[in-house]
Design a protein around this ligand. Structure first.
Ligand SMILES: CC(C)(COP(=O)(O)OP(=O)(O)OC[C@H]1O[C@@H](n2cnc3c(N)ncnc32)[C@H](O)[C@@H]1OP(=O)(O)O)[C@@H](O)C(=O)NCCC(=O)NCCSC(=O)C[C@H](O)C(=O)O
Ligand SMILES: [Mg+2]
Length: 280
């Protein structure tokens, strides 16, 4: 189980001082500092220095700080990787990964940081299990815009198989899986529905493009008070059943077995990790 909360992961253009500063006070679990698509080509080189200085300045607290570089097949990728290796961050995110070979190439340039992969090409989806199993791989981020572009598809239902293939691969390898962005950043109801869908599929959180989306993602991917209360009741009921030599308890008319206790304990651990993050 992953102990650090990843309910919300906000992209921040690495070129924008104001947004980089604003992020220090945002209640987001993960910051995706972007050198790729959020940065215009003529700003990309300067963005490395801007981002280096922002991270060196600190103030991001216990949030995970992940830097997305440009692809290694672009004119900026290799220098981005070298720059990120010297930055004060928690992980590096590689876009448009196609295969474990792409991860190997980055691993050779950046020996120490955990690597995350943007899953956003048809090849990445077909190779998801091998990419997830790479020893340096720590998390998947779905790139639903690029995936839809490459697929020539429209709408989320068309991406469902790809989302689930990547999820299966991530779960099998025990790495984090974050859902793609919701582009209509002023449509709260639409975001809420897509967060609920991603959570129910099994994603660990949602990637975001605007601060106004954070609260909705945090609410959707965090345990509710009802979830926490149910977990406590399940644990208590199962302990009582075990004390009487039973392997099954009943709570709210539903059976509770040992496997449900694993989930209940994971819910409580997640709630504790969120509380610790929010009080830090
Ligand atoms: C979408 C935006 C361009 C909207 O920006 P703006 O018009 O400035 O919004 P607001 O005026 O409402 O902003 C209010 C304040 O919030 C700050 N802000 C805005 N966005 C961010 C952010 N992402 N992080 C931190 N702070 C942010 C503004 O500076 C305002 O602050 P203040 O002036 O103090 O009031 C903009 O939100 C934006 O650029 N978002 C990021 C876009 C992005 O990162 N795109 C790339 C990632 S998505 C992607 O690549 C997906 C994937 O690869 C795929 O294939 O799917
Ligand atoms: Mg993309």
């Amino acid at each position: 189980m992953h102990t650090r909360p990843t309910r919300s992961a906000l992209y921040i253009p690495g070129s924008k001082d104001r947004a980089l500063d604003k992020a220090r006070g945002l209640p987001v679990d993960v910051i995706l500092f972007d050198l790729e698509d959020a940065v215009a080509p003529d700003a990309k080189i300067a963005a490395r220095d801007t981002l280096f200085a922002a991270l060196a300045g600190g103030g991001y607290g216990p949030r995970q700080r992940i830097v997305r570089i440009n692809g290694l097949d672009t004119q900026w990728g290799r220098a981005d990787a070298a720059a990120v290796a010297a930055m004060d961050c928690d992980a590096i995110l590689l876009p448009k990964v196609n295969s474990p070979d792409d991860v190997d190439a980055l691993a050779a340039l950046v020996p120490d940081l955990p690597i995350w992969a943007m899953m956003e090409t048809p090849q990445s989806v077909l190779n998801a299990a091998h990419i997830a199993a790479h020893p340096r791989m720590a998390g998947f981020v779905m790139g639903t815009n690029d995936l839809a572009k490459d697929m020539g598809s429209r709408g989320r239902p068309a991406l469902m198989m790809a989302l689930q293939m990547c999820l299966l691969a991530a779960k099998a390898a025990g790495i984090v899986a974050l859902d793609g962005v919701y582009n209509a950043f002023q449509d709260d109801d639409g975001l809420r529905a897509e967060c609920a869908e991603g959570r129910d599929l099994g994603f660990d959180g949602k990637t975001l493009i605007h601060p106004a989306q954070i609260a909705i993602a945090n609410a959707a991917f965090g345990p509710t008070m009802d979830d926490i209360a149910l977990a406590h009741r399940q644990i208590a009921a199962f302990a009582a059943a075990e004390a009487q030599g039973q392997g099954v308890a009943v709570v709210d008319g539903k059976i509770v077995e040992n496997l449900h206790i694993v989930t209940a304990k994971a819910t409580l651990a997640k709630a504790e990790a969120i509380a610790a993050l929010e009080s830090a």
